[in-house]
Design a protein around this ligand. Structure first.
Ligand code: FE2
Length: 501
């Protein structure tokens, strides 16, 4: 398999491409809320880049001095960067969830976190406290005129796209009952303009236990729901992401089980009660989007997948590209995220699964062996054959490490490009934005928020997707840091302040 060597970087002289204290410093709470023009810019913001980048992720890593065990338990903070006429406006606000408001008033933790954060007071303060805090920290999308902050175990929060003020929980026109799940990884099917097929938002929810029910919802660009359908599968299911093709919604039912007792007894978070079984198989589940046909399940080797890259149908087969870990990434008992030893936790790699539906078989091969996460591609290629894959990657070609680089892979030729911010820069999820007049699949920009440990602040980086190895075409220096985030999206609407023509 072709892979790039580590990029030469004069500042990386030791075996490690990073300093742990640098990495940890990107996980400081950011309690402040800002709104300002980004006027400290190296390079030039393309004038053709117009629209708004929304990002979500944990804004607080502690609650009034009580450190979270895991960043995934942190309250959601939305960042927006609005681009127009070569200018950019930054804004951030916390999602005012019920839990965030209550804890800020009380000035202490009132909830247990799914990923292991416990209320102070030990076992007695946590036993049988099963109430969930909807922290709204995972993704943010704009669809049907609504900006929605997503967290997979509960309803979305609706926000004002311009002010980022929280409007409240959104039940999607009565679709969701209080406490209903709505996953944090909706997919936008680009449709087929030549056939008069409009884009659709496709999302799911799961109810799981000894067996699981997967429910799919498809929405028109207006936000109106087109249809919902569901299927039951045997066994426990922890599925964070899905992938779509024109005919299927695809899930990986990873070989994990759930032992609820440490959670019920107040000893662990629910997410810490997940156990990986390396001897079991992954079930790849294909749910027909006609909403009627029987689902198909195909076995694949054990592995754990948080995120899929893409899927497509070709020559009677279905191909799925996914970021696979050889084990469920988790923290040892008694550890917090700040203690993590990267050499001891599994690294993500991109694997391709080739599904022969007629034979009910799966072939697989590794596409990217370098440690990587947070994939991106051209939005028009979602669910379709595609050529270019972009993903956050480690600086070094082997071993596990924080994401410090961006990797572009040409799936047709195997060629790769790499741009690295090591040793003091740390990458987040890239978002591909097509050039408005784009013809080529890689004609556009990659936007990514990096944490710059040298400044102890964050930078918004704009790269030319056709040649990322030449480095940023613009670096927009924020006046502060944004803790490492999760997911986000770009919309063509400009939601910044008015600009004189
Ligand atoms: Fe995710």
């Amino acid at each position: 398999m072709q892979t790039l060597p580590s990029p030469h970087n004069a500042n990386v002289t030791s075996g490690l491409s990073f300093d742990m204290d640098d990495w940890r410093s990107g996980y400081r709470s950011q309690p402040e809320e800002f709104a300002y023009w980004l006027d400290d810019v190296e390079g030039e913001i393309p004038t053709a880049l117009e629209g708004t980048l929304f990002r979500n992720g944990p804004g607080l890593l502690d609650i009034h001095g009580h450190t979270l065990k895991h960043p995934f338990d942190g309250d959601g903070m939305i960042n927006s960067i609005a681009f127009k006429n070569g200018q950019a406006y930054y804004h951030n606000r916390f999602v005012h969830t019920e839990g965030y408001v209550a804890e800020q008033e009380a000035q202490k933790p009132l909830y247990r976190g799914v990923f292991g954060t416990q209320k102070p007071g030990g076992w007695f303060a946590n036993v049988f406290d099963l109430k969930l805090k909807n922290i709204a920290n995972t993704h943010v999308i704009y669809w049907g005129g609504k900006l929605l902050a997503l967290w997979e175990a509960a309803e979305p929060h609706r926000l004002d796209p311009k002010t980022l003020e929280t409007i409240g929980l959104d039940d999607l026109e009565g679709l969701l009952k209080p406490g209903d799940a709505f996953a944090a990884h909706p997919k936008i099917d680009p449709g087929d303009p030549a056939q008069g097929q409009a884009p659709r938002l496709v999302n799911f929810s799961i109810k799981t236990g000894l067996s699981s029910t997967i429910r799919i919802h498809e929405f028109a660009p207006s936000g109106d729901r087109i249809k919902s359908y569901q299927q039951n599968i045997p066994g426990f299911a922890f599925m964070h992401d899905c992938m779509i093709t024109p005919n299927y919604v695809i899930f990986f039912q990873n070989p994990v089980s759930f032992n609820p007792f440490p959670f019920l007894l107040g000893l662990k978070g629910a997410g810490e009660c997940i156990e990986f079984n390396p001897k079991a198989k992954t079930n790849i589940i294909l749910m027909p989007r006609d909403g009627e046909s029987t689902l198909q399940s195909i076995e694949a080797p054990a592995g754990f997948v948080f995120h899929h890259v893409n899927a497509f149908e070709q020559d009677g087969k279905v191909f799925v590209d996914s970021v696979v870990y050889e084990d469920f990434p988790s923290l040892d008992e008694g550890m917090t995220f700040e203690d993590v030893d990267f050499s001891k936790v599994p690294a993500g790699q991109v694997w391709r699964f080739e599904l022969d539906l007629a034979a009910n078989t799966c072939d697989y091969s590794c596409l990217i062996s370098r440690s990587c996460e947070f994939p991106a591609l051209h939005p028009d290629r979602v669910g379709r054959p595609y050529r270019y894959l972009y993903i956050g990657a480690a600086h070094t070609s082997t071993g596990n490490a924080p994401l410090q680089a961006l990797l572009k892979r040409d799936l047709a030729t195997g060629a790769e490009q790499l741009w690295s911010e090591a040793p003091r820069g740390f990458m987040s999820e890239p978002v591909f934005v097509p050039h408005p007049d784009s013809q080529a699949e890689d004609d556009g920009w990659l936007l990514t928020l990096i944490y710059n440990a040298a400044r102890r602040c964050s930078d918004l980086i704009i790269l030319d997707a056709q040649d990322i190895s030449r480095g940023p075409i613009a670096r927009l220096k924020l006046k502060h840091h944004v803790p490492y985030g999760l997911h986000g999206s770009f919309v063509a609407e400009y939601f910044g302040p008015a600009i004189a023509a």
